[in-house]
Write a protein that binds this ligand. Sequence first.
Ligand code: 3UK
Length: 528
Amino acid sequence: MHTDAPNGNAVIWLLDRHLADGRGAHPAFIDPHRSLTYQGLADASARFAGALTQAGIGRERRMMMILHDTIDFPTAFLGAIRAGVTPVPINTLLAAEQVAYMLEDSRAEALCISRACLASFGKVVAAAQHLRLILVSEADGTPAQDPPKGALDFASFLANGQPAPTPVQASPDDVAFWLYSSGSTGAPKGVKHVHSALQATAETYAAQVLGIRSDDVIFSAAKMFFAYGLGNAITFPLSVGATTVLLPDRPTPDSVMAIMRAQNPTIFCGVPTLYAALLSHAALDHGAGSNRLRVCISAGEALPEQVGKRWSQKVGAEILDGIGSTEMLHIFLSNQPNKLKYGTSGVAVPGYDLHIVDEHDHEVHPGEIGELLVRGPSAAEGYWNQRARSRRTFQGEWTRTGDKYVQIADGFYQYQGRADDMFKVSGIWVSPFEVEAALIAHPAVQEAAVIGREDAEGLLKPMAFIVLKPDEHMDDALLAALKAQVKDNVGAWKYPRWLQVVDELPKTATGKIQRFKLREQVGHGAAE
Ligand code: 3UK
């Protein structure tokens, strides 16, 4: 059967469109060692696509990517999509067993890996059953590690490829790429995203919240292997023909500010911990090093109110806090330049609908806490090979977020914590998040995590784990002050009955507090 359906391959809208529009000479990506124009990126990705096909990696086969942020990332990601091969970027900081699981679960036949990552993953890569093509990228200029037997050099593979002239015909509903979502419990899930989802996030959040323009220069400290960084650094800039600057290294306050000074980005994307660390850095000043910073965004976890306020005062640009997820691909609920309230996640991004529901899936009244459900054009197609979990999360047009929210004055949505972390004290729901926020508001506290713990009567009461700021120490006065801080700000019954000072909190690879680990510790009596 012959079909005249237009080609829905995402690469056409994201990239090839700009050449037809005469933007080929505009810079697309700049990393510390190299840069690519739009023409250069189109050529490199077409070459990569041709080389993959010539190597026998067929359509719908998975290509795992364990790459630092260099220009090889967009080359491989867009090149694979061009060829109909499914790129699966994963976190470079995972444990080796998790990478082994993902290689097996996805049955990836190809792998692109940064040479530096071979130190941690060389063994599991060599043992992977389904891999037929291993490409080692040295583009981040890191010290040599011996590549596994039969591995090829990314640059030579690319140079030897015959460019694929046109992107393979794809439906907008074809799966284009996967991302792995590591929930707090259970095995990671391959989240399948379709071609049209990329454009959908650009036309909603990037166009209507960020107001992104072709003369923007974007710097995302959040890496491209996260859905957050992928949108910030690839989808959004390419959607308008803008420029992305890349940092291959770990984003520390020093490395981030060095890029800010050197490249003067107009948009900066970070996570709350990084904003807090930058605020503690003596060298932070107006523009955070950039002479044309116009807006900052934050996601991944809730941005504490004080961090947002102090940043906008000191740096002179607002931070738009918004919540997104791997399942929804990017941000669907966000503050906006003209509708911003620190301490909240803002309002629905145009194009997305939100519901807050109780445990019977009935919509709650404004002011009541419930689980947030979202409907929108970028929702994933489902999880790979996990039917029960797919059915639980993707319910018709609605995606369950697993997050508790309340709608406050003026329609702003306020985060209340993960559904799994909520507990009841004296019959009233307590959100660990609100107790933590009250504790963090105290000048001696750096970080806090709160869980429900059984008292002598077997009833749950709040217990707090806190990391103190350097040079602070716990004594009776501070303990009393912290309890009072919670009682006065969030409710008398919510104050922590136990308080333990720790050096650090257990966190996921994406920096989210693992309260279930603290619950397990307490269950084993470690908090006595
Ligand atoms: C939490 C937030 C409060 C929330 C992500 C932007 O974080 C992203 O995706 P993940 O799959 O995690 C999703 C979960 O993280 N969360 C994210 N942002 C916020 N909580 N305030 C926020 N602003 O629990 C959510 O369910 O790692 C973020 C864009 C794309 C993303 N994938």
